[in-house]
Design a protein around this ligand. Structure first.
Ligand code: 13P
Length: 341
């Protein structure tokens, strides 16, 4: 077993630091650019990632960045390949390797994540390009009758197949089972579904001989549905989430790095803060946010070169707020710093 896997996993959840998910597929980044009225060309995507990766000082709060296949092959304006640029700042390059969630046969409304065929060869190339960790996302929807056990176990099996292939290649797998929070379900229902999903995931990981200390878990927080009539409070979210992970996530997992999943920027930070405030916990509890680290930056940028610095300030600020949330020292008053900056 690669012991450097353990080291990489621990470095990704180093004190005060978390991960930037900048691995939006071409179709997802197009949606983000549509929201600011910007055409999604390869150069626009490069310029946007350049802005994020060259933000001065953000490496104090960011341990790793998840890239997309196109992005890992792109370079900064001075010609430095992005993975090399990140590594030079002590930021670990990562790569999304799944090929997306596709309809699950004979189960309407559910998906199975694809991308296992040829994965061993792709991982070898990504390692050569500088990637030292990877991500694979399984997706589960909550309705009165979903997710099915079929969806839970097939996605868990695929996540575990991916994870051990990563470890064989010297790459730390982030396993991401995302229970979507769209709908009207209660926080209690989200707790039960997330519990079942995690139970299936860890059963498959151990069956497939995972080196558990060389992995990270990227789960959803346990929230009530976004359209629920009564939404759980910040404290309730922290309590239900922790209850769920304490039951289902082995203490040998070095870190839990949350996805933001469509929460507002400040909710994602406040929830992480409340969870850490209840520590110490057996694992590091950190972030691997996409939208909640980038939304303010992309809006400030608007695709205009003259706004690059404002966008970098917005990204830096969110990274700093989430870093504070890692130690339970975040307070909404700190948000004002961004306004005076
Ligand atoms: P969000 O934080 O925007 O949910 O994205 C994280 C991610 O990587 C989803 O796969």
């Amino acid at each position: 077993m690669h012991t450097d896997l353990h080291e990489t996993a621990r470095a990704l959840v180093a004190e005060g630091k978390g991960i930037l998910a900048a691995d939006e597929s071409t179709s997802t980044i197009k949606k983000r650019f549509d929201s600011i009225g910007l055409e999604s060309t390869e150069e626009a995507r490069r310029a946007y990632r350049d802005l994020l990766f060259t933000t001065p000082g953000v490496e104090d709060y960011i341990s790793g960045v998840i890239l997309y296949d196109e992005t890992i092959r792109q370079s900064a304006l001075d010609g430095t390949p992005f993975p090399k640029l990140l590594a030079s700042k002590g930021v670990i390059p990562g790569i999304k390797v799944d090929l997306g969630a596709k309809p699950l046969a004979f189960s309407e409304g559910e998906t199975i994540t694809e991308g296992l065929d040829g994965l061993r060869e792709r991982l070898k190339e990504y390692y050569e390009l500088g990637a030292r960790f990877a991500k694979w996302r399984g997706v589960y929807s909550i309705t009165d009758s979903l997710p099915s056990e079929y969806c839970e176990w097939t996605n868990a099996h695929a996540l575990a197949r991916y994870a051990v292939l990563c470890q064989e290649a010297g790459i730390v797998p982030i396993v991401e089972p995302e229970v979507l929070m769209d709908g009207t379900h209660t926080v209690e229902r989200a707790y039960h579904v997330t519990s079942r999903v995690l139970n299936a995931l860890y059963t498959e990981l151990f069956d497939q001989r995972i080196d558990i200390e060389g992995t990270l878990l990227k789960p959803n927080m346990v929230l009530s549905g976004y359209d629920a009539s009564q939404r759980a409070s910040i404290d309730e979210v922290a309590e239900w989430s922790l209850r769920c992970y304490y039951k289902h996530v082995p203490a040998a997992v070095p870190g839990i790095v949350f996805l933001s999943g469509g929460q507002s920027d400040e909710d994602a930070t406040a929830h992480l803060n409340a969870i850490n405030k209840r520590g110490p916990h057996p694992w590091q509890l950190s972030f691997s946010y996409g939208r909640a680290l980038q939304a303010a930056a992309i809006n400030a940028w608007g695709g205009k070169p003259e706004n690059v610095e404002a966008a970098q300030r917005a990204y830096y600020h969110r990274a700093k707020m989430n870093s504070a949330a890692r130690t339970g020292t975040y307070a909404p008053e700190l948000e004002r710093e961004a306004l005076v900056a």
